[in-house]
Design a protein around this ligand. Structure first.
Ligand SMILES: Cc1ncc(COP(=O)(O)O)c(C=O)c1O
Length: 382
């Protein structure tokens, strides 16, 4: 199998597998227990927190482990909003981009439906939101700006640092969903200046079902779920210690080789994308190539059904993603590509190819070898 769908999820790396199995085997205690088994688990939890924090330039007490990237997004948005309401804050507005992952988009939408003043900032044609456009949406009563760091479908990197400077000038908090950025580009919370940042282990070769929210010291954030006092009282529930240890190990492994891996991944991605454009000259690369994750290419194939292409590739053992969701057998155009100004047909005919540091030259060569005949077959059926 050739796996070119690493923005959906990644295979766990050896370091994550080792950390998870060592934790499951040797550290079964509850970190909240006072006895030796509990203390051992607590120590591993603290070490994993320290490692995770240091890899993004944070302090250990600023890391809240969660059950997923989605949960980290919910906690950041709902936790900030509900706390502001409780404190009778005068700040009543949320600014969000039109290219967020559903975990952010739907959470903000829910608040909007409940009467919260929300400004949605659309991207430019290249899939990048401009800091100026966010600046225009900001008011002195803006509580929170939430902006994705790297878009999951297109891979376009957003100007979060510039947005943060403008938002802070209005006294607003900034949350960034960095789920797709971690392990693919350098991420440092002080460099970005953000107050909250979400991440998910399974996007950087860690396990599924574990994520984290970075919360800058001084940010007014309350829990959105009730229970025990774990994770500084912000996320109740006995910690997923094996997942957390594996998250830290995976992030460390990805960070260690990032500078070395990036040019190789970018070159392979470019070969895949350019080879695809050559095999199907009407195809178009979606997204601003100047600001792109090194592993991602979103390509539209006019007049072709992306799901047919995906299935044909799957038959040849190659896994990719469509940008569109399939509802009751009908392909919905991608919301993200539509927000970038693509028409329904182009937004319905997109494929996302996403590589990783484990992608090999041989896999890329095999893809490029099977592609022309496969495209012919799909074109004939269209
Ligand atoms: C940008 C972004 N945010 C959030 C998520 C959600 O992460 P999780 O699957 O861990 O809930 C994803 C996953 O696809 C994502 O790409």
């Amino acid at each position: 199998m050739i796996y070119f769908d690493n923005n959906a999820t990644t295979p766990p790396c050896p370091e994550a597998l080792e950390a998870a199995s060592a934790a499951l085997r040797d550290c079964f205690g509850n970190p909240s227990s006072a006895h030796a088994a509990g203390r051992k688990a607590k120590k591993l939890l603290a070490e994993s927190r320290e490692k995770t924090a240091s890899l993004i330039g944070a302090r250990p007490d600023e890391i809240v482990f969660t059950g997923s990237g989605s949960e980290a997004d919910h906690l950041a948005i709902l936790g900030t909003w509900e706390t502001a309401v409780r404190w009778n804050s005068k700040k009543k507005r949320i600014v969000v981009t039109g290219i967020e992952h559903p975990a952010v988009r739907k959470t903000v939408k829910k608040l909007e439906e409940a009467g919260v003043d929300v400004a949605w900032v659309p991207p430019a044609a290249g899939g990048r939101v401009s800091a100026e456009a966010v600046g225009e949406a900001l008011t002195l009563d803006t509580l929170l700006v939430t902006v994705i760091l790297a878009q999951n479908e297109t891979g376009v990197i957003q100007p979060v640092k510039d947005i943060t400077a403008r938002a802070h000038a209005c006294g607003a908090y900034v949350h960034t969903d960095a789920v797709q950025a971690l392990g693919k580009i350098p991420v440092n919370v002080d460099d970005l200046g953000v107050d909250m940042l979400s991440l998910a282990a399974h996007k950087f070769h860690g396990p599924k079902g574990v994520g984290a929210l970075y919360v800058r010291t001084g940010t007014r954030l309350g829990a959105i779920a009730l229970g025990g006092g774990q994770e500084h009282g912000l996320r109740p529930g006995t910690e997923n210690l094996a997942g957390i240890a594996a998250l830290a190990a995976a992030l460390e492994a990805a960070t260690k080789t990032l500078a070395r891996d990036t040019p190789r991944i970018r070159a392979l991605r470019d070969r895949v994308a350019e080879g695809t454009l050559k095999a199907f000259p009407a195809a178009r690369w979606n997204g601003d190539r100047e600001h792109l994750l090194p592993n991602t290419a979103s390509l539209s194939f006019p007049r072709l059904r992306a799901d047919m292409l995906l299935l044909a590739l799957d038959v040849d053992g190659i896994c990719v993603a469509t940008g569109s969701a399939c509802h009751s057998g009908a392909l919905e155009p991608s919301e993200i590509l539509k927000a970038m100004g693509l028409d329904d047909e182009a937004a319905r005919s997109s494929l996302r190819i996403s590589l990783s540091r484990f992608t090999t030259e041989a896999e890329v060569a095999r893809y490029l070898e099977v592609l022309p005949a496969l495209l012919q077959r799909v074109v004939r059926k269209a």
